[in-house]
Design a protein around this ligand. Sequence first.
Ligand code: PXP
Length: 249
Amino acid sequence: MARIQLKLGVNIDHVATLRQARGTTYPSVTDAAAECEAAGCHGITVHLREDRRHIQDADVRALSRVLNVPLNLEMANAAPIVKIALELQPDEVCLVPEKRQELTTEGGLNVTGSKKALRATVQKLAGAGIVVSLFVDPDEPQLLAAAEIGAPYVELHTGRFCDCEGDDAACELDRLIRGAEVAHRAGLRVNAGHGINLSNIGRILEIPHLETLNIGHSIVARAVFTGLRNAVKEMRAAMAPYAGGRSCV
Ligand code: PXP
């Protein structure tokens, strides 16, 4: 089967988590990004949360100056954050839902319920030359709404699949496969992310039409034992067999 290059965007939020835990100046997110680049990552992803619990505005600014690969900024559709994105001009923005109390992003955007607000932001960001994606669950109405408001990309939320086992996982994987097909047929380009690790990546490769996987927590956790460069290389090697996934029956 033909190999298709599946790109890896490394989310380095949790390098900043470690720094913020002590209020130190280390570990440096720009040095971490350089390690990921040296390991062949295709992009760097950071989430500038409204509560600034890990990545800070200065991190985004510094990364946009030094990166040699595209910067993907995850962010809520909130006016002050949109303003920062327009000022800092990341290559890509992924709009995500955000709740203050959550440990991590818990679900996809409610696109059907907030078409007007999302369309306005997609247009603003696209007008500034930023490639926009919407983080969504693999639900047909959400995906069709994403296409309707003119987002070029969706990022399928893989978190639920990654949290399940057995029959539940099989069912969630089928939802992702069906979701990728619906998105592709609707003219959307497809990324995916959340909760992906070396144990579940094999099954993630069954999803069709994927361009980029955004992976963070498991890579930074693995780096504690192997170093960041090796952790990124391991994940790239695990992604290399991608042959376009499978279709649902
Ligand atoms: N994609 C999106 C939209 C996310 O919000 C996150 C978490 O910040 C990720 C990917 C990466 O998830 P994880 O850290 O579980 O690999």
